[in-house]
Design a protein around this ligand. Structure first.
Ligand code: ADP
Ligand code: MG
Ligand code: MG
Length: 250
């Protein structure tokens, strides 16, 4: 069944069109990879899906489980099961990882969760990501390395259990060991029901997650859609070749 269906989406940021008639359908359990040159609109797509107020839908529709979410606020979308990874660049003194995550989980589910019950779940998820359990007592992002912050994002996703997880360059700036742990963690979290929209520049992901579809986003539109081979092709030939043939293949 269709989870996300984006129809002819045009998005403006500060009066400038960034997405220009984008179509994309993601079904339950599918993993889609989005690649594309810098400035193509990849992060804009993630932000508009999450309802970031700066990104204004000009035309088109975003359907989630058959319902238009164009006018939904970010927190409502999160409750529906949409998750966008992003770093909390700020350190939040006085808020521990555990408290932050438990509060987020209660906000999304609308249920209270006992500390002991939450800790059991947290321990399991941290094990999957090879994070020492003591990290739960650290203040959010205070003194965390780049890799630890990224793992924290993936831990947040694991705890919130979204239906659709959008990962925007979760692998950037990481060494190969950290990438391995993150993608193996994501793979462990993935199941037949969960869907992923992964934005990345690195083919390293293909060693761990097998996308059902690979899309090349160029100038605000999906120029080409293919399978895993497309990701390898891009690595060889670069994006310029796809700019030329954009629209002639699909
Ligand atoms: P990508 O993630 O593919 O590199 P982005 O979606 O971040 O691309 O950006 C696409 C275009 O939109 C760029 O020209 C960028 O400058 C512009 N843009 C994105 N977000 C904003 C914003 N908040 N304010 C102004 N311009 C933006
Ligand atoms: Mg799958
Ligand atoms: Mg980006």
């Amino acid at each position: 069944t269709s989870l996300l269906n984006i129809k002819d989406l045009t998005v403006k940021v500060e009066e400038k069109s960034i997405l220009k008639g984008l179509n994309l359908e993601i079904k339950e359990g599918e993993t889609h990879l989005i690649m594309g040159p810098n400035g193509a609109g990849k992060s804009t797509l993630g932000n508009v899906l999450m309802g970031h107020p700066q990104y204004v839908i000009d035309e088109g529709n975003i359907f989630f489980q058959g319902e238009s979410i164009n006018d939904m606020k970010t927190d409502e979308r999160a409750k529906k099961g949409i998750f966008l990874s992003f770093q909390y660049p700020e350190e939040i003194p006085g808020v521990t990882v555990e408290n932050f995550l438990r509060t987020a989980k209660m906000a999304v589910t609308g249920k209270s969760i006992f500390v002991s019950e939450f800790q059991k779940e947290l321990k399991e998820k941290m094990d999957l990501l090879k994070m020492p359990y003591e990290y739960k007592d650290r203040y959010l992002n205070l003194g965390f390395s780049g890799g630890e912050k990224k793992k924290n994002e993936v831990l947040q996703m694991a705890v919130l259990e979204p239906k659709l997880a959008i990962l925007d360059e979760t692998d950037s700036g990481l060494d190969v060991d950290a990438i391995k742990i993150i993608y193996e963690g994501i793979k462990n979290i993935a199941d037949d029901k969960k869907s992923f929209l992964v934005i990345t520049h690195y083919n390293k992901i293909l060693d761990y997650l097998k996308p059902d579809y690979v899309h090349i986003l160029i100038d605000g539109k999906i120029a080409v859609t293919g399978d895993i081979d497309l990701a390898y092709e891009v690595e060889k030939v670069g994006y310029d070749n796809f700019k030329k043939i954009a629209g002639t293949r699909s």
